[in-house]
Design a protein around this ligand. Structure first.
Ligand SMILES: [Zn+2]
Length: 55
């Protein structure tokens, strides 16, 4: 499947459903949290306001 998701923030419900496997890969080992949306991701570039998580 082609990767269409640039950011987890503001992801539409349909986009999430279509890319659920990919999204799970992005959040499986979260090291960043978005200060605006409270979403987490392995990679800070997937969030609109990434902040490194402690621990
Ligand atoms: Zn965000």
């Amino acid at each position: 499947m082609k990767l269409k998701i640039k950011r987890l923030c503001g992801l539409k419900k349909t986009a999430l459903k279509d890319n659920l496997v990919e999204v799970q890969r992005f959040v499986s080992n979260p090291r960043y949290i978005c200060c605006k949306c409270a979403r987490v991701a392995n990679d800070g570039s997937k969030l609109c306001k990434p902040e490194k998580m402690c621990s």
